[in-house]
Ligand binder design. Structure first.
Ligand SMILES: *Cc1c(COP(=O)(O)O)cnc(C)c1O
Length: 325
């Protein structure tokens, strides 16, 4: 089997991130909830994209790229963290963002602080965005530049390796803390995080299922996640293959992508009021709200040990807010 160590990786994150129990929350819910603090990955305002970028930007450097292009919505944590990582590496970066949702403040403010050019595409779909990006890539190439394109969320198998590595960290920390997790839970957007966690669990914690709460980056998530799981396993020479119907993913979208939901805001309040931990309204709050709803509906056995992966999202909080439409 190929191992993670066979892949180029840049030390962009401050790793390992902490893993700790949440005692007041657990008492409230009757389930033992722990958190993996990937909101503290240490670049920009932290978040899950840093782990993916460790592998993606290593590949970009190996390909001798001198400018990185990526995309997302205006409040994309991925776009902001890609820009921040490029600054750390001395690479140029351009963002092509979908002109939908909250266009000011939050991550757009951070993108402007970091000083990366933004091209806005007035569209509902990523096909239009990629057409603009492809044209820009061709333009840069004919000007003698060496562009490298990272797709939305960094969700390709190479990026998911970051979350395979995260499970290696979790397994070590869990062993040191003397805890066996019955579940690992995360927010799912473009699917790469859940895919990496699933492959990582198959390797390092084979009895622990991974469950995602979908926040609606696009369409039916299960086929996308299954394809990413299988692609990531294949990259590592691991024989895990899974069908979309076997992907554990629940809906947590609410009124729409990047729109606060009642369940998500209730989850944010519960986490903040029991543990002083801040979630975001677009991803981690909705995922946590979905988990709380699932616990209250009896989907998690009383006393079971659940690890919630806090994927970050602080950059969007003050732009998106907590007002449910
Ligand atoms: C991107 C993102 C996610 C979802 O990760 P995917 O790999 O795209 O599924 C979750 N939380 C936050 C804060 C994010 O920025």
């Amino acid at each position: 089997m190929t191992s993670l160590a066979d892949f180029d990786r840049l030390p962009l994150g401050l790793l390992p991130t902490p893993l700790h129990p949440l005692p007041h929350l657990s008492a409230e819910l009757g389930v033992e909830v722990w958190v993996k603090r990937d909101d503290l990955t240490g670049l920009g305002l932290g978040g899950n994209k840093v782990r993916k970028l460790e592998f993606l930007l290593a590949a970009a450097q190996a390909a001798d790229a001198d400018i990185i292009l990526t995309t997302g919505g205006p409040q994309s944590n991925h776009a902001m963290l890609t820009a921040a990582a490029c600054r750390r590496l001395g690479l140029d970066c351009e963002l092509v963002l979908k002109q939908r949702g909250v266009l000011d403040g939050g991550n757009v403010l951070l993108d402007e602080l970091i000083g990366v050019p933004i091209t806005w595409v007035d569209t509902d779909g990523y096909d239009d965005v990629y057409a603009v990006m492809d044209a820009r890539v061709a333009e840069l190439q004919s000007a003698g530049r060496r562009p490298y394109l990272i797709p939305v969320g960094g969700s390709v198998p190479l990026g998911s390796l970051g979350y395979v590595a995260c499970v290696a960290e979790i397994a070590e920390q869990a062993a040191a803390a003397g805890v066996d997790f019955d579940h690992i839970v995360c927010a799912t957007g473009s699917g790469g995080t859940q895919a990496g966690l699933t492959v990582g669990a198959a390797i390092h914690l084979p009895t622990t299922p991974v469950t995602g709460y979908d926040v609606g980056v696009g369409g039916d998530p299960a086929p996308v996640i299954a394809e990413l799981i299988n692609g990531t396993a294949e990259l590592l020479g691991h024989d895990l293959r899974i069908a979309p119907t076997d992907v554990r993913v629940h809906d947590a979208l609410g009124p729409g992508y990047s729109k606060p939901s009642e369940s998500g805001v209730a989850g944010m309040q519960l986490m903040a009021r029991t543990e002083g931990l801040i979630l975001d309204p677009v991803y981690s709050g909705k995922a946590f709200g979905g988990l709380v709803d699932g616990i209250r509906a009896g989907q998690y056995a009383p006393g079971s040990r659940v690890l919630f992966v806090h994927t970050g999202g602080a950059g969007g909080l003050f732009a998106v807010g907590t007002q449910v439409a």
